[in-house]
Structure formats: structure tokens, C-alpha cells
Design a protein around this ligand. Structure first.
Ligand SMILES: Nc1ncnc2c1ncn2[C@@H]1O[C@H](COP(=O)(O)OP(=O)(O)O)[C@@H](O)[C@H]1O
Ligand SMILES: [Mg+2]
Length: 247
């Protein structure tokens, strides 16, 4: 679905990515991890075609893509239902057809129909992020970019949202590139985990995650992450922080 070859990029003359090789297969969920400031968001923007890379080649074989960001980015003046329906409305669907599809998408992320008439300001953080995921699902994308979508949520809520993504992805309808700096989240959600180097050496390596997303127990996920952090050199610098970064 996605093939990035020798991709590199620089901002204002400073290299943030180089020699990146990354593929995502049909119905595959690939988690992308790397230290803060290593260029994960930049890579997602390049994959999505929002940034033209300075070097390399990107081949995209999907029909339709969608994105989910850390902030839900909802339209404040539209209800949850109309936010979810929005991509279909701008694609020219009738209000009635778009709303029917939005109700289906809302059900997939377990949004309560009673909340669909509310405005973003009236929704909890979790409901807002569910709305954003439903909006991503509504147009039946076959590729979804997730950029640290659950980082702002508390632990219990994050787990529920991960389960929603796992269930949605289990249909095989879409492939995904899922950026996270939470290794347990990567171990829970993904088929494969790729590690991005912070100093321009590209993707340092990737590990296939044993088992199937959704079927891994908490004990297995815990053991997997401990193994990565203590015994696998690929993950040695994963928690480094680029202090040149403003935030
Ligand atoms: N639009 C931009 N202009 C200049 N520098 C940028 C821009 N976007 C990102 N950067 C810089 O590129 C580096 C990688 O950023 P980013 O892709 O956001 O990393 P990550 O998502 O891994 O934390 C950081 O040093 C960041 O400050
Ligand atoms: Mg980022």
C-alpha cells in the first residue's frame, strides 16, 4: 500500500530525515516509533502527500486515505454527527446519505447516538477523539495515518481507543501507519513495529510483533516491551529526547 524509498527531508537546511525505507502492506498496521523530534510527524506528512520530500520516492497504492491526529481537530460549529459526515458532504453526498453513513461510523467507535447532536465543546476528550476516528472511517479509507492519536488521553481511555482501532482494523478494510511513542501501544495495535533513528540514519530496523492485534494478552504485551527495552539494541535510544525541539 505504501512504499517509501530513500526518503529524505530537510527544514531550513537542517536534515530531519534521510535514507528512510518503509513499506506498509495491504491490511497491515505498522507502528512507527522513534525519539521525540526524530521526524515521525514529518514522515507521516510525506506519506500522506502533504509534504513533498526533498529526496526519494513514495509510492501510494491506496484509493482513499484518512488521518487522525493527536488533537481531534473538529469543527467547533458543527455537531458530532455533522463533523463525522463532513468528508462526505464536501465530496458532494446528500445531507441524508452523509448522515446515515456518519451514524454507521459513529457506531463503529461506540459513540452513543444521544451524543451525536452535541457540539465538540460539550463532548469529553474521549468522545471528541472517537468523533475524529469516526470521521476518518466514514469515507471507507483503505489507508489511515495515525499521528500519536491517543497521547493526550488518560491510560484507561487510551486502552479503549486502542481496542476500537484494533477492532476496526481487524476487518482488513484498511492498512495503517500508526505513530506512537508508547511501545505498549505499538505492541498492542500493530503487526510490525519500525524504529526511526533520531540522527538521519533512517529506519534502524523493524520487528514483527508475535501474535495478532486484539489477541495478545496484557502479560504478553508487557513481556514483549520489556524484552525490547532490555535485550533488543534496536530500541536502545527510543526514549531519547531532541532538546532542540521547542515543546
Ligand atoms: N515546518 C517545519 N519547519 C521547520 N522545522 C520543522 C518543521 N516541522 C518539523 N520541524 C523540525 O523537524 C524535526 C522533526 O519534527 P517532527 O517530524 O515533528 O518530529 P516527531 O514527530 O518525531 O516528534 C524537529 O526538530 C522539528 O522541530
Ligand atoms: Mg510528532
Amino acid at each position: 500500500m505504501l512504499d517509501m524509498e530513500r526518503v529524505g527531508h530537510a527544514f531550513l537546511g537542517r536534515t530531519v530525515l534521510s535514507r528512510v525505507e518503509l513499506t506498509v502492506e495491504r491490511a497491515e498496521v505498522v507502528a512507527l516509533v522513534g525519539p521525540s523530534g526524530s521526524g515521525k510527524s514529518t514522515l507521516v506528512h510525506i506519506a500522506a502527500g502533504l509534504i513533498e520530500p526533498a529526496e526519494g520516492r513514495v509510492t501510494r497504492n491506496w484509493r482513499r486515505q484518512a488521518m487522525v491526529f493527536q488533537e481531534p481537530r473538529l469543527l467547533p460549529w458543527a455537531t458530532a454527527l455533522d463533523n463525522i459526515a463532513y468528508p462526505l458532504r464536501i465530496a458532494g453526498q446528500s445531507r441524508r446519505a452523509a448522515r446515515a453513513a456518519a451514524e454507521d461510523a459513529a457506531a463503529r467507535v461506540a459513540l452513543d447516538p444521544a451524543d451525536l447532536g452535541k457540539y465538540p465543546v460539550e463532548l469529553s476528550g474521549g468522545m471528541r477523539q472517537r468523533t475524529a476516528i469516526a470521521r476518518a472511517l466514514v469515507a471507507a479509507p483503505d489507508f489511515i495515518h495515525f499521528d500519536e492519536p491517543f497521547t493526550a488521553l488518560d491510560v484507561a481511555l487510551r486502552r479503549r481507543m486502542q481496542d476500537l482501532v484494533i477492532a476496526a482494523a481487524a476487518t482488513g478494510d484498511f492498512a495503517a501507519l500508526f505513530v506512537t511513542h508508547d511501545l505498549a501501544e505499538a505492541a498492542r495495535i500493530a503487526h510490525r513495529v519500525a524504529v526511526l533513528d533520531a540522527s538521519g540514519r533512517g529506519i534502524l530496523g523493524a520487528r514483527r510483533v508475535p501474535g495478532t492485534p486484539g489477541a495478545r494478552t496484557e502479560a504478553e504485551i508487557f513481556a514483549l516491551v520489556q524484552g525490547w527495552l532490555t535485550a533488543d539494541p534496536l530500541f536502545r535510544r527510543i526514549h531519547d529526547i531532541d532538546e532542540r525541539r521547542a515543546s
